[in-house]
Structure formats: C-alpha cells, structure tokens
Design a protein around this ligand. Sequence first.
Ligand SMILES: Nc1ncnc2c1ncn2[C@@H]1O[C@H](COP(=O)(O)OP(=O)(O)O)[C@@H](O)[C@H]1O
Ligand SMILES: [Mg+2]
Length: 321
Amino acid sequence: MTPSGSSSTPVRVAVLKGGRSLERQISLKSGARVQDALEHLGYDVVAIDVGHDLVERLRETAPDVAFVALHGRDGEDGTVQELLEAVGVPYTGSGVSACIRCADKVLAKHHMRDAGIPTPDFFAFNETAFKELGAADALPAIEQRLGFPIVVKPSNQGSALGIKLALEAKDVPGALVAAFSYGDKVLLERYVEGRDLAVSVLDVAGGGEPQVLPVVEAIPREDDRYEARYEIGRTEFVCPAELPADVTGRAQRLALDVWKMLGCRGFARIDLMLDPQDGELHVLEANAIPGLTDTSLLPQAADEAGIDFDALIGRIVELAL
Ligand SMILES: Nc1ncnc2c1ncn2[C@@H]1O[C@H](COP(=O)(O)OP(=O)(O)O)[C@@H](O)[C@H]1O
Ligand SMILES: [Mg+2]
C-alpha cells in the first residue's frame, strides 16, 4: 500500500521527538529511527524537536498525523497528546487518559490492584506527606509489611531513573530523597526476586482483539539491573523468552488485561517480573510509548512475530489515521 492521501500527495507525518524529559536522548534515537522507516515507506516526513514552539510548528507544517516518539514527561504522560487533540492532529498510540494512567505508576498500580491484576504490594506518598503529615513515622510499619529489600521509585519516571533498592531500614530515607528528586510522588514497593519480562501489544487494523507479541526477557549481564538495563551491552534481551508455555500464556493474557484496563491504543509495552520460586507473575508497569529503536524491546518482539521495523512503524501510523 502506498501511503498517499486522497489527492494522491503523500501523507505528511510529523515525527515528534526529543522534548524536555530526562529521556530526551532515547527519544531522539527512537525518533530518528522512526523517521527513517517512514521515509522508506514513502511518507512525507517532517521532524519536530518538541519545545515551546510545538503548536506553532504543527500549525505551520499541517501534518495529516503526528508520530509521537517521545518518552517520559510531557510526551508519554498525556500532555503532548492533549495539545494534539486541541490542534486537531491525529496521533499515534494511546489517547490522553491512557497516557495519564500509564505514566503514573501509582495510579496504574491502584487500577491493577482494584481489578485483581497482580502487582507488587506498595505504599505511595507525595513529599507533603513527609513534610507535613509525619509519614516518616509510618516507615517501620511499611517496612514490616513489605519486607526488605524494598524498591523505592518515583511514580512518574522511566528508564529506571531514580530507582533504588533499600536493603535495610537505614537505606530508606536516602532512597526516598533520591526518588523525590525526580518527582513529587514516590512509591515503596515489595521486591520481587526474579526474571524481568516485557510483553508488547499491538492493535490490529479494523479493530478487534489486539495482537500480543512474543515475550522478551531482559537479562542483566552484571548484578545491578537498575543501572545495567539501558546501557548498551550490559543487558541481554532474549526473545522469545525461554519459558514454559503456560507461563508465556499467562504473561500474555496479563499484558492484554492491563492494556484493556488502562485503555491503551496503538501499541504499548507491559513490564512484569516472574518469581521463579512460585511461578507467579507480577505486573510492574505499562509503557504507553516504549523505545522504538532496532534494539528496543517492542521492535524486537514484533520482529520475532514477523513484523519488521518498517512494517511496525507503518502499521502504527495507519492505525492513527
Ligand atoms: N518491585 C520490583 N522488584 C524487583 N525488581 C524491580 C521492581 N521494580 C522495578 N524493578 C526492576 O527495575 C526495572 C525498572 O522498573 P520499572 O518499574 O519497570 O520502571 P521503569 O522501567 O519505568 O524505570 C524493572 O525492569 C526491574 O528490573
Ligand atoms: Mg519498566
């Protein structure tokens, strides 16, 4: 299919990339790779490094559709999506409300817990709770319930930024301070000793049940998964993950449940942990705009399912149109 508009001029796609978030560098890589694919496919591509002139640039370039290749704050949390709604430009991926639910780990985890989807036990507070409501006095009770080690993380960050493992009570305050430096809400979460899995979901043209892609396992080469995960060469990805068929099936069903519950659209990646002791799966989070480079998890899973990078990007754009 040639990506041409009604007047047989090529469909114009604005690739939104960069932005102000801490994941700017990853977004620039995703954006460049997406641009490449769109050019191969014959689209008329304009790149926009997202900043104060975003609305102006959108009006000036008048794209038929925007490909949102942004990660983290603004791009993945519904802000840019809200602007695109306001300007009337269709865009790839999830809508505003799903982006808001995915970008806020605490909100997503509450939805999961309420829906009976397994997610590690947790407590979450904003900074005011510590400054004005003496939340620190509740730490011993929290530590007792979660048990050590405890994972401390900002609610609204990605790429493992600000995540710390507190091995004992004396590590908790420092981990909280570190996490609060990334955002106003922080969660303390039960640690799941196990395997890191990611399941991506992709919509199908014409509606109907989305396609759940093969499971990817991320295996840190060194024993510090929080730092290793995003450094080239320090994490090994295995796809399809070597798992018993029933575990694969459960992981894929859980991912689809999370996708539906959070109202995702287009594409998304759900991160889970597998506890090998009891075979239980625990959902950590949903990513509304996961990485889109050749070595990113969703493209790898799509490739394993017979959808190469260009086809993947083409499908995501067509879904948005
Ligand atoms: N509760 C947990 N138990 C064990 N490992 C965790 C836990 N939470 C996070 N991790 C590790 O940190 C990584 C990043 O955490 P995640 O919640 O997916 O945040 P993000 O990917 O947005 O930084 C996970 O893939 C996992 O390796
Ligand atoms: Mg994650």
